[in-house]
Design a protein around this ligand. Structure first.
Ligand code: NAD
Length: 381
């Protein structure tokens, strides 16, 4: 359904309906979003969850239709929804903001204060990881400040050119931003078997900014004596991750370091196409794959949708925790399990994992796995 066809945003839905805004994005976005909605429909059926979707245009399609890659009405409409399924965007190809080129991802994170970007990376049974070792880690990335020019300023951009030959970029680190992301990391670590947090930084050079970040993480660490705590420099961290990712559990870090390390960790687990993520704040969350719009494979129907399908599972679980609705928490876990079950078999894998299953066919396999999982009678609330 398009926004135009929908009832006035969200208002007619029964109270326990999960209302999701759907933003397809660019490149492979429409393909992996369509795949994700097929899986959500299956999980909704299985767990008796009423899901309502409303599509809005963003990205290059919105630029053509509305003159902006991130039309103003979207933020106004968000209050009518429980979450967003967001496809990747090709913002490198967008015009300048004056010509309508706003990064939807950055705008949503900033305007909705979605400060915690939770990025899991784990190896799966039967899928040999390129790094040769099994691991299960969670990168907790600060999402609203750091080096990202489009979200670190109240007015204006964090990047500027005093002369045609000098370009400057500001890195913003705040006590509040660092403390709250540290708390998210320790809370998440406290629920995991290993209970370990690694703070990643570059405080040997960025003494003031990363010095403040580390000071805040250390203060929070003292509140969680049951969680083991260590620190690593970001350059060494890349080597350590490649050498043995299994030594890490929860990694907390600033915006850009988290962005880079999470792509590395996901590829080590098998493929960037497996990389799920959740942007979360106190009031709202967005399911969004870690990767970009993959223009090199867009339109071919070969993208791996596991990334966004897994992200949607994380979103359902997040909404479930807020609502204290076990069905939604179980639905999120069932999606994650169904992806892993499907990927056990080489003939079920997409091209990035060495197989030849297409995007839509992979979604159907995951939807079927959800249904057969249901027939085992497990996890049904
Ligand atoms: P990318 O993440 O889009 O792609 C990197 C590589 O991974 C490519 O080879 C691509 O084919 C592959 N890949 C990515 N997702 C895949 C999937 N689901 N299945 C199979 N293979 C997959 O990075 P890029 O090409 O450098 O960036 C393209 C555009 O995406 C740029 O405009 C960039 O700014 C933007 N970007 C957006 C986001 C986002 O929306 N969150 C994140 C990163 C980059």
């Amino acid at each position: 359904m398009t926004a135009e066809e929908a009832a006035p945003s969200g208002s007619a839905a029964p109270p326990d309906t999960v209302r999701l805004m759907v933003l397809e994005g660019d490149g492979i976005g429409p393909e992996i979003v369509a795949a994700t909605l097929r899986v959500l429909a299956a999980v909704g059926e299985r767990f008796g969850i009423d899901l309502a979707f409303e599509h809005h245009l963003i990205g290059l399609a919105a630029l053509a239709a509305h003159g902006s890659t991130f039309p103003g009405h979207i933020i106004g409409a968000v209050a009518n929804f429980d979450g967003i399924v967001l496809g990747p965007v090709d913002h490198q190809r967008y015009p300048t903001p004056e010509l309508g080129g706003l990064n939807p991802s950055g705008q949503l994170r900033k305007q909705l204060d979605l400060y915690a970007n939770i990025r899991p990376a784990r190896t799966l049974p039967g899928l040999p990881p390129p790094c040769g070792r099994s691991f299960d880690l969670l990168i907790v990335r600060e999402n609203t400040e750091g080096f990202y020019a489009d979200r670190s300023m109240f007015v204006g951009s964090g990047e500027f050119m005093p002369t045609p030959d000098v370009a400057l970029s500001l890195r913003k680190i705040t006590r509040d931003g660092s403390t709250r992301i540290a708390r998210s990391a320790f809370e998440l670590a406290g629920r995991r078997a290993r209970r370990k947090v690694t703070a990643v930084h570059k405080a040997n050079v960025l003494r003031v900014t990363d010095g403040l970040f580390l000071e805040c993480v250390r203060e929070v660490a003292e509140e969680y004596p049951e969680v083991e705590y260590e620190e690593q420099l970001v350059d060494a961290m890349t080597a350590l991750l490649v050498r043995d990712p299994s030594r890490f559990d929860v990694i907390v870090t600033t915006n850009m370091f988290g962005d880079i390390l999470s792509d590395l960790a996901s590829e080590l687990s098998g493929s960037l196409g497996l990389a799920a993520s959740l942007n979360s704040g106190r009031e709202f969350a967005i399911a969004q794959a870690q990767h970009g719009s993959a223009p090199d494979i867009a339109g071919e129907g070969v993208a791996n949708p596991a990334s966004l399908i897994g992200s949607a599972g994380m979103l359902l679980a997040w909404i479930g925790e807020r609502r204290e609705d076990q069905r939604l928490i179980d639905a999120g876990a069932a999606i994650s399990r169904a992806i892993a079950d499907v990927l056990r078999l080489p003939q079920h894998r997409t091209r990035d994992l060495g197989g030849d299953v297409g995007t839509a066919a992979f979604a159907d396999l995951v939807a079927d796995a959800l249904r057969s999982d249901a027939s085992k009678g497990e996890d049904v609330a």
